[in-house]
Design a protein around this ligand. Structure first.
Ligand code: PNS
Length: 166
């Protein structure tokens, strides 16, 4: 049987310990994992695509079967191009479920052969989201333990430079 490649897509603005936990779990299940960053998201990101890729690459550097890539357009088109067998998404609370099932079923409609697999992060990260992490950082709170150390440092630098611009 050929190697199984999975894609873990997202905005990663920025990567949190919850994302990292899912990357670790997925890398133990699949032969190869591509962490795929959407570049044409509608929402205005805090970090540029280059900064997000840099952070993702730094934190996954020691994981030999994980690569970081970017995509635009439909996720299923990208997945087919990469010959992927599965899409991985994290489910934290019930609140994630509605959005995730809608996305998974839409993707299945578009590409029936591609499966979406949901993984749960470790429970200590069950509440962590990029949105909350940014909010905490913006108000001067500590995001230690919620994001990898290099992201913590990048966040505080980014918030300071954003405030300086105002
Ligand atoms: O980290 P996010 O923002 O929850 O990730 C969402 C993402 C990037 C997985 C999703 O927006 C996506 O796949 N966008 C690509 C466009 C697409 O394929 N849309 C149709 C399926 S809903």
């Amino acid at each position: 049987m050929s190697d199984i490649l999975a894609i873990y897509p997202g905005s990663f603005d920025p990567i949190t310990n919850g994302h990292f936990d899912l990357i670790q779990r997925s890398s133990r299940i699949f032969d190869h994992l591509i962490v795929a960053l959407l570049t044409n998201a509608e929402k205005q990101p805090l970090f540029s695509v280059e900064e997000r890729v840099e952070m993702l690459e730094a934190v996954t550097r020691d994981m030999k079967n994980v690569t970081v890539d970017t995509f635009s357009g439909l996720l299923v088109d990208y997945a087919v191009k990469k010959n992927a067998r599965a899409i991985v998404r994290g489910i934290r609370a019930f609140s994630d479920y509605e959005y995730e099932i809608q996305m998974a079923l839409t993707n299945r409609k578009l590409q029936p052969k591609l499966e979406t697999l949901f993984l749960m992060p470790a429970e200590e990260y069950a509440y962590v989201s990029s949105r909350l992490v940014k909010e905490i950082a913006r108000h001067g709170g500590s995001v230690k333990d919620l994001v990898p150390p290099m992201v913590e440092e990048r966040l505080s630098r980014k918030i300071v430079s954003t405030i300086d611009e105002v």
